[in-house]
Design a binder for this molecule. Structure first.
Ligand code: NAG
Length: 255
């Protein structure tokens, strides 16, 4: 009994010292003794979100919301997105043998892929607040989201090359007309299909919902050449697309 108590106390003290070190992230040193600035910490946090090492976060760490604000307003975010979209075209030109039979398909997400939710998150501390779906959906119903310009360029280029464009979003079905209005108002038109989450899909994880949609598309004879999304839940799971392209998103995580 005494031994167990000592073991428990040891564990607790290790736990507490680790927790305290995490709390006081400023003035910390890395394992190699490097001094870590707040910018180092937040940049590393963002990088590891993009690498999918950090998952399932509910909020951006409080000390990094200002860093995230700067990033999503920066030329860097713009260029990161542009390079990703250019790589889609490189892939298409070098590695895709399109059949041009109306069954060559490309999948896009909507939020933070075609449309930007940054204006919403601007009012909600850049991901520093826990998601309030009611308020996010109120904002979506206003159809005011701006286009992400590089995505719009890619969308038009894919359309011109004869691909069928399929939009797959975890937005709920009742937002259909608001979503269509928003997309059309900022310049998107000519997609083949817009697939939203029906009531029967709401209990499923987003990743499962999106994988099921791909399965259905493949059963209908489509070849899915690529997916562009800002979340891993849009591009992971089976059946897989031939290639996937991830846009940066440090604001929120959808599993
Ligand atoms: C979520 O947003 C709605 C609509 O803006 C608001 O009425 C509600 O109080 C919010 N809920 C929380 C927990 O903040």
């Amino acid at each position: 009994m005494g031994k167990n108590l000592i073991l428990l106390l040891c564990c607790l003290s290790v736990l507490i010292s680790v927790t305290v070190a995490d709390w006081n992230i400023l003035n910390q040193k890395s394992k190699l003794g490097l001094k870590i600035t707040l910018k180092n910490y937040c940049e590393s946090w963002r990088m590891n979100v993009e690498l999918h090492n950090i998952r399932d976060f509910e909020v951006v760490p409080e000390e990094c919301t200002d860093y995230v604000r700067k990033y999503v307003s920066s030329t860097q975010y713009d260029i990161d997105s542009e390079v990703a979209m250019e790589e889609c075209l490189v892939y298409l030109s070098t590695s895709c043998d399109l059949q041009k039979d109306g069954r060559d398909a490309w999948i896009f997400d909507i939020d933070d892929t075609l449309l930007s939710t940054v204006p919403y998150y601007k009012k909600h501390n850049y991901g520093g607040e826990k998601l309030n779906l009611t308020s996010l959906e109120e904002w979506m119903r206003q159809s005011k989201a701006p286009a992400l310009e590089h995505s719009l360029n890619l969308f038009n280029e894919l359309k011109a090359r004869g691909l069928q464009i399929i939009l797959v979003s975890s937005r709920r079905e009742y937002l259909r007309s608001a979503t269509i209005n928003n997309l059309v108002n900022v310049g998107y038109h000519g997609w083949t299909s817009l697939i939203l989450r029906g009531p029967e899909d709401e209990s499923k994880r987003v990743q499962t919902f999106k994988a099921n949609v791909r399965k259905q598309l493949i059963n209908n004879g489509y070849r899915i050449w690529g997916i562009v999304g800002d979340q891993y839940s849009s591009i992971e799971g089976f059946p897989a697309a031939r290639r996937t392209f991830k846009l940066p998103n440090p604001l929120y995580y959808v599993s």
